[in-house]
Each structure stands twice: as C-alpha cells, then as structure tokens.
Ligand binder design. Structure first.
Ligand code: MN
Length: 338
C-alpha cells in the first residue's frame, strides 16, 4: 500500500510535527457546509496531532451541517466540532485545512495566514498560498483516503469511530468506490472495513427523515423535466441546503437518465447539484461555468454543485448556461410526471 512517494511524504509530515508541542493551539478547518469526507479527514488529522504532538486540535466548520446523515455522523461518532462564529482564528498558533485549499471560495481560511497542513483532492483553482505541508492528490477519491494513509503509515491507532468516519468519508465521496476513485482508495477502504462500527454506520446511512423531507421529494418529482437522457428538477424552498444533492443522486438512478441538474432554495441562496453517470463530462468545470460572476461552485467529474444568491435573474443565468452547455432548449423538455 505504501509506495515510496507516500513514505517520503509521511516522513516529511512526521518531521514537521516534531516541532509542534502540546502548548501549540491547532485549528483544523473544513470547507463550508462540511460533507462526510471533510468531517472524517479533520477527525483523522485530530488523531494524528493527538498521537504525534500530544495536543488536542480543534475542528472548525463554517455554514451548517445539513444532511441528516452528516448530523448523525457527527453525533454518533463523537466528532467534536466547533462553529467558526464561536472561535477566533487569531487564538490558534497553527491553521490546517482539509478537503479544500486556501483561497478557494468554499472556505474561510484567512488570506493573511500561512497554513500548517493543507490536505485536499480537489482540482486547484490556481491561486497561490503559503503552507508548510501541502498534500494535494488530485487522483485520490477522497481526502479521507489521504489522511487514513498517514495514520496507517505512522502506525497510529484508529478507533472504531474514527475508522467508521473515514470509511464513510471514502464511501460517500466515491459512491462506494464507483466514482472518481483509484487503487489507494480501494486499499484503504477495505483495510478500514474490519475496524468500523457496522451498527453506527447503518444508522448514519439510514437516518429518520422529517416530514418536510417528503415534501421536498414531492416538489422535486412534480417539477421534473426530461429531455432524452437529461433531467432537470426544482426542489423549490427546501428544509435543508443538501436536498438538491440528495435529489440529484435519487434522479440519477432513473432508467435512461444520465445527466441530472437539481436546484432549490434554502433561505436566500439557491443551491444546485449536478450528477452524471457518463464518462467524459467534467461536471466540476460545468458548475464553475454556470456560476461565473454570480456564485461559487466546485466538484468532480461526476458530481458537482454550487450556490448563488437567489434571484430570478441568477437562476435564469445558470439554467441558460446549463442548457447551452448541452446544446438543448428548455422547450424540448417534457414533464416527468403528468
Ligand atoms: Mn472530498
């Protein structure tokens, strides 16, 4: 599992961490509205600092933990997170960032501070930043894979709850190794499996859902429009900002559907998600194109998403760009449910 490059990187990391002591205050920042991969990789880095530096690093998030699954993950796996608004980053001697990079619009990493560790697998947005240890593996299916790799290489014990978190992080980011993943993801994923807590994982995967959830499902189904293999749906006002992503996954399972766009409003923000089962479309790039000049976006080849301030004009703009990208017209679409 551990080729020379990984060992070399791990040794560099180990050396860097010898300069950190229990007196240092470490902050592990995740991207806004953290997903399971961000949560798990932050949790893993916390274990790394505890073991190597005998210090308790704080895990900080901004935005919200939206999805039921993610809320349960935090609760059941005892991930100790703090909200950005409740801390002052100036109080920390060292800042780390996982599942994102300084300068990206999906995080609140301060522009005037250098990073200690930055670990990510998303394509760079080309902005330079200062950091002591950068591990940017674009071929990794998840940041959890990279962090679990450090723990393994340094023989750091992984608790059952941490193993469950890392396993779930890889599972969700790679859709069970079926998307944007490679050999290292596979090896780490299977090596973690015997160490997870299956009952807790099952609860996280199958949470109780509020009535409002089914209301949003109804809106999405009733609004669905299909043309050939493309489906577009509107969840309207949603009870949480992850509903478009959840509905996009749901619609991608429909026979014959290979490209999905779902959007919906949460408070004053329009959230949208893109999914495809096809090869050769770079949805992350499409998402950036759709929000150009109006919002933020990111993602991978088969899954991506973004946020824009909600106005009819902005909504029209992102839809036009989406239709234009696939060279289709809204008028060609037929209602899914009639
Ligand atoms: Mn990730």
């Amino acid at each position: 599992m551990y080729n020379e490059a990984i060992m070399k990187k791990t040794n560099t990391l180990k050396k860097l961490l010898t300069d950190i002591s229990s007196k240092d205050k470490i902050c592990i920042l995740m991207h806004n509205n953290p997903d399971p991969d961000a949560l798990a990789s932050a949790y893993g880095l916390q274990a790394l600092f505890a073991h190597q530096c005998d210090t308790v690093a704080d895990i900080i998030f901004n935005g919200i933990i939206g999805r039921m699954n993610n809320k349960l993950m935090v609760k059941l796996l005892d991930i100790p997170i703090r909200h950005f608004s409740a801390v002052n980053l100036d109080d920390y001697s060292h800042l780390c960032l996982v599942d994102s990079q300084p300068g990206m619009r999906n995080n609140v990493f301060p522009a005037n501070r250098p990073g200690l560790l930055v670990v990510d697998h998303h394509p760079s947005e080309g902005k330079a930043f200062d950091c002591q240890f950068l591990d940017h593996q674009i071929n990794a299916g998840s940041t959890s894979t990279i962090v679990a790799g450090y723990l393994r290489a340094l023989n750091i014990p992984i608790s059952r709850k941490l193993a469950t978190a890392l396993f779930y992080g890889i599972q969700t980011d790679t859709d069970g190794l079926s998307r944007d993943s490679g050999d290292l993801d596979r090896e780490i994923f299977f090596s973690l499996y015997p160490e997870i807590h299956p009952e807790l994982l099952n609860q996280i995967q199958n949470p109780d859902l509020p009535k409002k959830y089914y209301h949003d499902v109804g809106d999405a189904v009733l609004s669905g429009q299909i043309y050939e293999h493309i489906l577009v749906a509107d969840t309207d006002q949603t009870f949480n900002p992850d509903m478009p992503a959840e509905m996009a996954d749901f619609f991608l399972r429909m026979e014959g559907v290979e490209i999905v766009l779902v959007y919906g409003r949460y408070k004053d923000t329009l959230h949208f998600s893109l999914r495809t089962s096809m090869n050769g479309i770079r949805l992350g790039g499409l998402a950036l194109l759709m929000v150009e000049g109006i919002g933020t976006a990111g993602g991978h080849t088969r899954a991506a998403g973004g946020q824009i301030p909600f106005t009819e004009e902005n909504l029209r703009a992102i839809l036009e760009r989406f239709y234009h990208f696939f060279a289709v017209e809204p008028g060609q679409f037929q209602p899914l449910y009639s």
